[in-house]
Design a protein around this ligand. Sequence first.
Ligand code: ARG
Length: 283
Amino acid sequence: MTISPVAAAPDGDRTASRRSRTRHYAMTPPTFFAVEYAINPWMDTDTVVDTALALAQWETLRRTYTDLGHTVDIIDPVAGLPDMVYAANGGLIVDDTAVVARFAYPQRAAEADAYAAWMAARGYRPAQTRHVNEGQGDLLVVGSMVLAGFGFRTDRRAHDEIADLVGRPVISLELVDPRFYHLDTALAVLDDTTIAYYPPAFTDESRATLSALFPDAIEVGTADAYVLGLNAVSDGCHVVLPAAATGFADQLVADGFQPVGVDLSELLKGGGSIKCCTLEVHS
Ligand code: ARG
């Protein structure tokens, strides 16, 4: 376990205790990334992708994780599956259970086979759901529970299947704004008890659920949400987030976290950023 002392504690005792934990991630390089179809409002098929730049930005993200001491597995990209770079969607791995995605759109359906093959090669027997689940795009582990989005992609009925498969409580949260079509575009897990989120992306009922569960949550503003600032990955201390989300970065510092900005502008053309490109193996 890596312990990173927080240099300053600007907000009293609570923030003095931010600790990183060594993480295990998996990432798929954007070798075949392109915007060939539009299945979310960020995507425009007239957009030209600079593949070399996408690869360089992705490599910077990978290096950021390894420089922080984390492990990154590389998953082989598949030609003809341009969104495979968004590895978070491949499934949910908790302890010895690996649940493979079942995608909402046919354009991404075959990614499930590629992610299942990777899981099998790592020694898991991939579990399937009957209903649509888009992996860690909508299923975020926080402490001993799973926060689960629905409304655009993952089917609410999959939430019960996930609870049974991983043996953890699943909290359903309803998304209402198509720009924030996956839970990980509107909510970031910062440590086992702390989250950040963009309230307007949720129904009133789900906002009430979140404020009851996480009274100390960071509420992020519109400017940061609209650069996908919440599509971030935290090790409990360092928070890797889109570089453009400067307001959120300031909020993180005030709360004792250490923001690490990374520019993934090419991947934003597909409607994804840091977290979308990162599948965490929770073990
Ligand atoms: N183009 C992809 C889609 O619309 C982006 C997925 C982003 N991934 C995520 N975890 N939010 O499905």
